[in-house]
Design a protein. Structure first.
Length: 290
């Protein structure tokens, strides 16, 4: 059995929501419709509709024309066990001393590696994306340079792979936060799976906006693997909550956006310590100097 997806983009949230609502009247009707902001600063939104029967292509084309959207991209998606597929195809990731793996690859963990177990079912932050990989490499470089961090925060933690990596190295509790409650639940589950239960304090919060986060400052190290817009928005808080001599490891930054992020953070007391590009993404290691 196949399912079908139909994807388009349109300018503005109001237009996206109106288009999504109009999709509900299609015959056959979609089993679900969603709108998602394309987080590149363009103001564009993706509208996605899912069908168990082949959708009405003429009806979709008419809706796109009425709502000023681009032509729909319609795909026939074979039914399969996606978690099993991802497990087969998601190879372990080595980032310096760190080894990120799924439970299906437990027998492949090198004896001298720092292991981080992240299963495919919880795959938003497995280390395969250039942003997460860059952050792990940046952490590895700090450790190799002899840095010892006593207060660590992971802002926008996702699976909390970065928080767990720090907790594997240094004994103090690491605080991790995410705006998504599901991500926080996943982070806690991953901490338990890695034997780090009690080592991570996980809270639902946008940026630094939680009492648990502000009271634990100043930090010696802060991870923020999010996107350029949110990174710039939290720059003043990052400056206030990172101690002199502390580091910020930032990613989720397209290569062409990196200079702007560096310039903004320089206004809040940070100097560039290291910069790495992995395919389209840049990871910055910044040192708090003032």
């Amino acid at each position: 059995m196949s399912t079908f997806t139909a994807l388009t983009t349109v300018a503005g949230l109001d237009a996206a929501e109106a288009l999504a609502e109009a999709c509900e009247a299609l015959v056959p009707e979609p089993t679900g419709v969603g709108t998602f902001e394309i987080e590149d600063g363009s103001g564009q939104y993706e509208v996605a509709a899912y069908f168990v029967e082949a959708p009405d292509l003429a009806g979709l084309a008419l809706l796109a024309a009425v709502h000023g959207a681009k032509d729909w991209a319609v795909s026939d998606v074979p039914d399969q066990d996606w978690v099993a597929k991802v497990r087969r195809e998601l190879a372990p990731v080595e980032a310096g001393r760190f080894f990120v793996y799924g439970s299906h690859d437990a027998d492949k963990v090198p004896a001298d590696a720092v292991p981080l177990l992240i299963d495919a079912a919880m795959a938003f932050g497995t280390g395969h994306h250039g942003t997460t990989l860059g952050c792990l490499r940046a952490l590895d470089r700090l450790i190799a340079a002899g840095e010892v961090k006593h207060r660590v925060a992971d802002i926008g933690c996702g699976t909390a792979v970065l928080a767990m990596a720090a907790a594997r190295i240094w004994p103090e509790q690491v605080i991790a936060s995410d705006i998504d409650p599901v991500a926080v639940d996943v982070a806690l589950a991953n901490a338990r799976a890695n034997g780090l239960d009690g080592r991570l304090a996980c809270v639902v919060a946008p940026g630094f906006d939680a009492t648990e986060i502000t009271e634990a400052a100043p930090y010696d190290l802060v991870f923020a693997n999010i996107l350029k817009g949110p990174l710039i928005a939290i720059a003043p808080d990052m400056g206030r909550h990172t101690g002199i001599g502390g580091h910020a490891i930032l990613s989720g930054i397209l290569n062409e956006q990196a200079d702007e992020v560096i310039e903004v953070y320089s206004r809040h007391g940070f100097n560039l310590a290291h910069r790495e590009e992995i395919v389209d993404w840049t990871t910055l290691t910044l040192l708090k100097t003032s």
